[in-house]
Ligand binder design. Structure first.
Ligand code: SF4
Length: 419
């Protein structure tokens, strides 16, 4: 549904009361620039999305009469789009000197028009695996407790049932509901130091990790039991190593290979995937031999400098990431990129050129268009000195990649590859 009119600015008072400012139009941030969002950049705020008040940040809008940008003495408001949506713009605001660092979320620009909120985002995946609005919480609670009662010795089930009950983790919820993609965390350590790591933040980062890292290393028996439980219940089972509540799964490659190889023959229908920073190419052949058939490689950029400044790798470099993907190709694994998209940076000419070359060289199968969850000012500071060239916008970014790499698919989640 295309909307020609630009929605009005949305802001909030100190009590948290959100209101529209009908004299001003909403603006969207593209990198360091402020723009009026185009019709293709806006969608109605999807169900299960959130609105955030941005402490220490003043709202800015555009006066349609003068064409001037105006600062408003009110709090800025942003939208966190529900899973399956990629942001085409970030919230527009003026950060005050003593503003606190924003938590690890993605902050979309929001406006109000025709009795509804609008957000700068685009639906990139119709998959329903993270939609729970039609499922009563009582179903999740009952199922979680049934698993705990049936498998009291399995620490991994205790961990994941706890995540489903206490932190509403969508992957853990899907395990207890026996549908779609189940999580298999294994690792307590990581060989990267991502600026926006959700499971570990150094004390001096000023950023709070949003996920508690797993506190034990599961036995292969515990992993195998979870894999069998899920494959016995889910129609299209996806089993994924590498979750938000752990470090880098490749540091546990031996354990993962042992678990997969011991169960693979009894679950031929399953897609067995690893979400990884792809730092250890030497682990690919044994993973492939064990029966893994899908890899998802996380990166914010295919520009080594930008990659290193965000991932801050320890004892590996972007060359290893490329080496890992080449190995995965050679072993005929399905390769997805978990692209941490940032409006006004990822869609610049230099980045599109670099990503297109990368996809063509390594024949990437699929791009998961994720939002980079980080205080925008922190990410923009990382790229401040780089001349990235003109921005093209999310729509053009996807069109350009698809034109140059027609075999590559776009989405948001790990696809089920079939039995
Ligand atoms: S690769 Fe994952 S676990 Fe490691 S630092 Fe980055 S986000 Fe954290």
């Amino acid at each position: 549904m295309k909307k020609k009119k630009t929605p009005y600015l949305v802001c909030a008072d100190e009590k948290g009361q959100i209101f529209e400012e009908p004299e001003l139009l909403m603006l969207s941030r593209q990198g360091n620039g402020l723009v009026l969002p185009g019709p293709d950049d806006l969608i109605p705020l999807p169900p299960s999305s959130d609105l955030f008040l941005l402490p220490g940040r003043k709202a800015v809008g555009l006066d349609p009469a003068t064409g001037k940008i105006q600062l408003v003495d009110a709090l800025a408001v942003a939208g966190f789009a529900s899973p399956g949506h990629t942001l085409s713009g970030t919230a527009a605001y003026m950060t005050e000197p003593d503003a606190p660092v924003l938590p690890l979320y993605a902050y979309g620009a929001v406006g109000f028009l025709d009795d509804r909120f609008w957000i700068t985002a685009r639906l990139v995946d119709q998959d329903q695996r993270q939609v729970f609005s039609h499922i009563p919480q009582s179903d999740i609670t009952r199922n979680a407790h049934e698993l705990l009662k049936k498998y009291p010795e399995n620490r991994l089930i205790r961990h994941l049932a706890g995540c489903a009950l206490n932190s509403c983790c969508p992957a853990a919820r899907n395990l207890v509901l026996g549908r779609f993609e189940a999580p298999l965390p294994t690792s307590r350590s990581c060989n990267a130091r991502c600026v926006g790591c959700i499971s570990f933040q150094p004390d001096d980062s000023g950023i709070k990790a949003t996920q508690k890292r797993i506190s034990f290393t599961p036995e292969s028996e515990e992993l195998i039991q979870v894999m069998k439980i899920h494959c016995a219940r889910a129609k299209k089972p996806v089993l994924s190593f590498g979750q938000g509540c752990e470090g880098e799964p490749l540091t546990q490659a031996e354990l993962i290979c042992e678990a997969i190889s011991r169960v693979r023959n009894s679950i031929p229908q399953a897609t067995i995937n690893i979400n990884t920073n792809a730092s250890l190419p030497e682990s690919v052949s044994k993973l492939a031999r064990s029966g893994l058939n899908s890899v998802r490689v996380s990166l914010n950029s295919t520009d080594p400098d930008l990659y290193h400044s965000y991932y801050r790798p320890v004892n590996y470099s972007f060359d290893q990431v490329k080496g890992f993907i080449q190995e995965a190709r050679d072993h005929k694994l399905f390769v997805s990129l978990n692209l941490l998209y940032f409006p006004g940076i990822t869609d610049t000419e230099s980045q599109i050129g670099s990503i297109t070359d990368f996809i063509q060289d390594l024949k990437i199968d699929f791009i998961q268009m994720r939002n980079l969850n980080l205080d925008p000012d922190i990410y923009l500071a990382l790229v401040r000195d780089k001349d990235l060239g003109p921005q093209t916008g999310l729509g053009n970014f996807m069109k350009r990649i698809k034109k140059e790499c027609p075999w590559t698919g776009f989405g948001y989640f790990n696809p089920y590859l079939g039995g």
